[in-house]
Design a protein. Structure first.
Length: 308
């Protein structure tokens, strides 16, 4: 990397942090019944409510008394040390696991007894810590897979290639290119997904999730493996999704620059229990969070404030 490129990336990352600070200043948070906070713009409009949620594996309480509310257009963060139960919470929300106890309300609807497919239809989409694309398919084909819950033609139309089938195919093609264009990837529609650079593969996975038309997008460590400039770009992508698609986003992340820069409300999980909720500034200043999540305050205070 040249000195000029390194300087540019450092400047871009710094600009992202300044923009993030301005973003937080514009967001006023208000309390809700589950001892959470949501953006003032979402007052009276929640997309997710978890009430006393818990799951046991044998005698282990993997998640216990998890209470959280997310506003309809909120960017929320769920952080905590490895093994705290963060991905388990995502698996509960998407019905990979059935809760042992508690309630999950999605846009006011109880998801009890729903399957993973039904939860997707109801409006929850997710990405994974390890990228899960169909590497040998094209970029467009990966996005079209995300449109599966919007199929409008029946089995016989597909088998006999009736007009309804071809109309659906055109609709899927147009919609796929429209979504890719939002993220400046329309020119890559015919490329093999596995041939894309790492950051582009991350974006494609998010586009595929958005193709399901979610109300709530769950991002599991979206910045994993990214460099600072890619992380700054991801921060802008997350805000763009919230602003253009008018949906809520909840992310699990260890990169504190990203979490503190883009999240409006943050919950901290430790040993399956929430130990703190608040704005980025409140979480940064919470001694219990610093000690439980990062170790001793003397050695790790800089990390929770965005340092590496």
């Amino acid at each position: 990397m040249t000195r000029t490129e390194g300087t540019y990336k450092a400047q871009a990352a710094a600009a992202g942090k300044r923009d993030a600070a301005k973003q937080r200043e514009r967001t006023k948070m208000v309390p809700v019944v589950t001892d959470s906070i949501i953006p003032e713009r979402d007052a009276g409009q929640t997309i997710l409510e978890c009430r006393h949620l818990g799951i046991d594996f044998g005698g282990l309480h993997a998640v216990e008394d998890f209470n959280l509310t997310v506003g309809k257009t909120e960017i929320a963060g769920l952080i905590g040390p490895n093994g705290a139960g963060k991905t388990t919470v995502f698996n509960l929300l998407t019905k990979v696991y059935a809760p042992t106890r508690g309630t999950i309300l999605l846009d006011g609807m109880d998801t009890a007894n729903m399957t993973t497919d039904q939860v997707s239809q109801a409006g929850i989409a997710r990405t994974f810590q390890n990228i899960r694309l169909f590497d040998t398919l094209t970029v467009e084909e990966n996005v079209r897979i995300g449109l599966h819950n919007q199929v409008k033609c029946g089995m016989w139309s597909g088998i006999f290639r009736l007009p309804r089938y071809w109309l659906s195919e055109k609709e899927f093609h147009d919609r796929s290119l429209e979504l890719l264009d939002v993220f400046n990837m329309a020119d890559n529609a015919g490329d093999i997904a596995g041939s894309l650079p790492y950051g582009a593969q991350r974006r494609l996975e998010i586009v595929r999730a958005l193709a399901t038309s979610p109300k709530l997008l769950l991002l599991d460590e979206p910045a994993a493996g990214m460099n600072p400039s890619e992380t700054a770009e991801l921060m802008e992508i997350i805000r763009k999704i919230r602003d253009e698609f008018k949906i809520a986003i909840m992310l699990i992340e260890h990169d504190m620059d990203l979490v503190m820069g883009v999240c409006e409300g943050i919950a901290v999980l430790n040993f399956g229990r929430i130990i703190a909720k608040g704005t980025p500034d409140q979480i940064q200043a919470n001694p219990q969070v610093i000690e439980a999540y990062l170790g001793t305050q003397e050695t790790d205070d800089a990390t929770v404030r965005g340092g590496r």
